[in-house]
Design a protein around this ligand. Structure first.
Ligand code: ZN
Length: 491
């Protein structure tokens, strides 16, 4: 198996370089001196050039051709599957097109930020048209005659198709909109008031990270404008943020990112620096972050424990009891912004983007009509109009940087989390007794052995199917949300 060994040695070095490139990104968002930005973009472009050259290296195709797949075990076959996939993708897209996309999206991101600051969609529209045209061209190259949007999806969620997602999301949308409307009519819980010391928030956030099994000996927690998790294997870092008026933003951002990070930290170490040593898809990744954040972190049992910890950290902060605290944590409020949305409304934000971006890609929707289409859809699903573009069509960075096919993985992650949560509860009927003591171990251990340890060994759907024992479906998520918010709002 000389060819296999040579290919894996080559790939291992590629994976190591990709980790280095990722760490440059982490550095840029956390500790990089502000003046370093122009040099950093050259450094990153150089790393991308090296990685691209390795991905299209003709030796990879030679090695792949020389290997007898039949003689390999399951793990080796899975490794080859990922390498072949990466190589095919890299060779299908002309280098010149990739460079044009990189240049246009870099410009588009700047124009998007300006347009958002000035609430001027028309200032962003022309460059968005350029991005869409180039991404469509890339999608056509990737699809090789197949469906263009599916080819884009495949970058983030291998195996997913617009057709299956449309069916799943089509079942979610009316049920969520109805639940949302009923909640809106019901009496509202109080809001959190007061000022919460930011150093104390960071101290409690570190405790939360540890509580959810984040291993700080192979990770670290820093602050950044937008929370994220980066890296895999033995160096997985997370960031969070603090706002003196909103400690939940800090705590739940941390728990969310710990879900992502725990996935990467808990992959079988035999897969370190190989294609199997990473989370298998964005959807499965998001299932981990969301189950940590919502089904566990925002449960009645766990918030009871968190209420005590917040009283320890901040003294009496004006919330009388654990039940009121639970209702405040899960409060459903009117809002416009996806990233600030509660678990009930979040998916409505995503479904809107999924439908609009497919229409943009197919040409059914023109960029000139996008703002109006967004506003109409928002009012239909949320019951009130968008007040300004920065609260509407200009709120997300994704389309400016060419991320088409990415949004649906957020809801897919929630759907997967629903399936996993149901199976987890069945395996551990006493889960709430543990959570009420601030012990997440039974849940995180179940997720580690059933999902996280496998890394890229199985397809995304397979890993969820094996763990949950059912075909992935929106039904468990929907009944979880209906039960939870029905109970909270007395519906
Ligand atoms: Zn996430």
């Amino acid at each position: 198996m000389k060819a296999y060994d040579e290919l894996m040695a080559f790939q291992r070095e590629t994976e190591a370089l990709a980790e280095v490139a990722g760490r440059l990104g982490w550095d840029q968002e956390t500790v990089m001196p502000r003046g370093a930005a122009p040099q950093r973009s050259e450094e990153m472009a150089a790393m991308q050039g090296v990685l691209h050259a390795r991905n299209v290296d003709p030796r990879v195709a030679d090695w792949l051709a020389a290997i007898d797949g039949e003689a390999l075990d399951e793990v080796a076959r899975a490794q080859l599957h990922h390498i072949r996939r990466g190589h095919d993708r890299a060779t299908r897209v002309p280098g010149e097109l990739s460079s044009r996309i990189a240049r246009v999206t870099s410009r588009a991101q700047g124009l998007w930020a300006e347009a958002r600051a000035t609430d001027d969609f028309a200032a962003f529209a022309p460059v968005l048209e350029e991005v869409i045209a180039l991404k469509r061209e890339e999608g056509q190259a990737l699809a090789a005659g197949g469906d263009v949007y599916d080819a884009m999806l495949d970058d983030y969620e291998p195996g997913a198709t617009a057709e299956t997602l449309t069916a799943m999301f089509g079942a979610l949308r009316p049920a969520l909109a109805d639940l949302r409307a009923a909640v809106r009519e019901a009496p509202q819980p109080p809001v959190l008031e007061g000022v919460f010391d930011e150093a104390a928030q960071m101290e409690l956030t570190r405790l939360l990270a540890t509580t959810f099994g984040y291993d700080s000996s192979i990770g670290r927690v820093d602050k950044a404008v937008h929370p994220f998790s980066s890296g895999s294997g033995l160096d997985v870092r997370i960031t969070t943020r603090t706002n003196p008026l909103d400690p939940f933003n800090c705590f739940y951002s941390t728990i969310h990112e710990v879900g992502h990070a725990a996935y990467e930290q808990n992959i079988d170490q035999a897969y370190l620096l190989t294609p199997l040593g990473r989370g298998v898809s964005m959807g499965v990744h998001e299932s981990q972050s969301r189950i940590y954040e919502n089904q566990l972190g925002r449960s009645r049992a766990f918030t009871g424990w968190l209420f005590g910890k917040m009283r320890d950290a901040f003294g009496d902060f004006g919330v009388a009891d654990a039940e009121t605290f639970y209702r405040i944590v899960n409060r459903v409020s009117d809002g416009y912004i996806r990233t600030e949305a509660d678990e009930l409304q979040y998916n409505l934000h995503v479904l809107l983007r999924f439908d609009l971006e497919r229409a943009l890609m197919s040409g059914d929707l023109q960029v000139g009509d996008l703002e109006a289409a967004w506003n109409d859809r928002f009012e239909a699903d949320f019951g009130y109009p968008v007040d300004k573009p920065s609260n509407g069509v200009l709120q997300d960075v994704h389309w400016s940087v060419g991320l088409f096919g990415y949004f649906p993985t957020y809801t897919l992650g929630n759907v997967y989390a629903g399936c996993l949560h149901e199976a987890l509860r069945a395996a551990h009927p006493d889960l709430d007794d543990h959570l009420a003591r601030g012990e997440t171990g039974v849940a995180t251990e179940w997720l580690r052995t059933n999902v996280q340890t496998h890394g890229g060994l199985y397809t995304p759907r397979d890993v969820i199917r094996r763990a949950s024992g059912i075909e992935p479906s929106e039904a468990p998520l929907l009944s979880y949300l209906q039960n939870k918010f029905g109970d909270l709002y007395g519906l």
